[in-house]
Write a protein that binds this ligand. Structure first.
Ligand code: 3PG
Length: 412
């Protein structure tokens, strides 16, 4: 029973046939040993030599440690280790992000990046609409989309939810959405909510304003596609899935359903459990790459260094790049800057993230001293000012709603 070496430092591997991963590793072991432990556990090895691991199996299926740079380890997996025909993210994650997190020899490990080979990527369809498709629906080619999350996140009935959406649209917002904890509770049944919101959006359309609202359908695997089709039938203009709690397969099932003809907005609630610790977990960049493969049209990326869920701006940029890069054969995902957003931080967010984003505020709209419509107007005014390169304080001189928002929350 041999103990095989998984080290292949410096070896050039064919990018067509290997999946490359980068892990940040914290360990008391020599880094080579720790890296080998991971490569072994995630491919052909285990904690001891085994009689059933034959040379040909090792040669074909063993992962290889191809680089070690400080605490960053690159491990490549042969494409044969993946269940390509089923195009399934759960199996991919079990390989690249499975048992390794529990290894006794590793104090911390964070999956920072993954690069898939073309034979895996081509099994995925990516977004149906993407950033451009969303912009086409809304007739807004360049400026950031401006949205709101209906607040309070739970408690409003369908009529009050629709009234909120109508007020937000009347104030100029292009996007509305349910919050991550609202699905089909007794106080706000999804059928009645979807129909009421659809009426509000139709009314806005008659008045000359285009808006979409994402209905949250996050539910069990066996029901989610049916629910997506139902809400579409009831008039939903967009659908929302909480990807971490529902799973990537849920996003993929809905996005790839040919009957679904509306965009899929992807919320990342619970991602912090995996992404927040810089030394352990999975980076949001990896989550974004998987969401894009699975067909999410818009994805929350945070507010790049400002707001209630600020996060690391450098990570935010990597995440944005995963949504928008040209190196995969998919439409681009619209990054959604959401979480503690308010008018005073809009220029900072646009400076960091550019114009091809959806800027979205819940409290920063509903908390305006004169209510939702004025809050929506203040957000739009902040976006317009930043887009035109005019300082907020200057723009606020003749835009009362923005002035009141700045008085309440200040600016950064
Ligand atoms: C979200 O869905 O991003 C949050 O619920 C944002 O809410 P907030 O704008 O009030 O922070």
């Amino acid at each position: 029973m041999e103990n095989y070496s998984y080290l292949a430092l410096g070896e050039e591997l064919d990018r067509e046939n290997w999946v490359f991963t980068k892990y940040r590793v914290t360990t008391d072991l020599p880094m080579e040993k720790a890296a080998e432990n991971i490569a072994a556990e995630q491919s052909t090895g285990t904690w001891t030599g085994i009689s059933t691991l034959k040379d040909d199996i090792f040669r074909k299926y063993a992962a290889k440690v191809t680089a070690i740079d400080g605490d960053m380890v690159t491990i490549a997996y042969p494409v044969e280790d993946f269940c390509i025909e089923r195009g399934a993210v759960p199996q991919i994650l079990s390989v690249i992000a499975g048992n390794l997190f529990g290894l006794e020899t590793i104090k911390g490990v964070r999956l920072e990046d993954v690069e898939f080979c073309p034979s895996i990527l081509k099994k995925y369809k990516g977004p149906k609409f993407g950033d451009k498709g969303l912009r086409d629906i809304l007739g807004r080619p360049e400026k950031p989309l401006v949205g709101t999350i209906v607040k309070p996140k739970i408690g409003l009935n369908p009529k009050d939810t629709a009234a909120y959406v109508y007020e937000a649209g009347s104030g100029g917002l292009t996007n509305g959405k349910d919050d991550e904890t609202l699905v089909d509770q007794v106080f706000c049944p999804i059928e009645a909510r979807t129909k009421a919101v659809a009426e509000a959006i139709d009314k806005l359309k008659e008045e000359g304003h285009r808006m979409v609202h994402a209905i949250n359908i996050s539910t069990n695997g066996q029901d989610i596609r049916d629910l997506a089709e139902d809400v579409q039938k009831w008039g939903a203009t967009e659908i929302m899935v909480d990807v971490i709690t529902c799973g990537y397969g849920a996003v993929q099932a809905v996005a790839e359903d040919p009957k679904i003809k509306v965009p899929v907005h992807v919320h990342r609630t619970m991602h912090g459990a995996m992404t927040k610790d810089p030394l352990n977990g999975i980076s949001m960049r990896v989550v974004s790459k998987l969401v894009r493969m699975c067909g999410g049209d818009a994805l929350h990326i945070g507010t790049l260094g400002v707001g209630k869920m600020a996060g690391d701006p450098a990570e935010g940029r990597l995440n944005q790049d995963a949504c928008q890069s040209d190196d995969v054969p998919f439409k681009k995902v619209l990054p959604v800057c959401s979480g503690g957003m308010y008018p005073g931080i809009v220029p900072g967010v646009m400076k960091a993230a550019g114009n091809n984003i959806q800027i979205q505020a819940g409290g920063g709209v509903a908390g305006h001293p004169r209510g939702v419509r004025a809050g929506a107007m203040a957000m739009c005014q902040a976006v317009d000012a930043a887009y035109e390169g005019i300082p907020l304080a200057e723009y606020a001189k003749d835009h009362a709603e923005l002035r009141e928002a700045l008085e309440r929350w200040g600016s950064k």
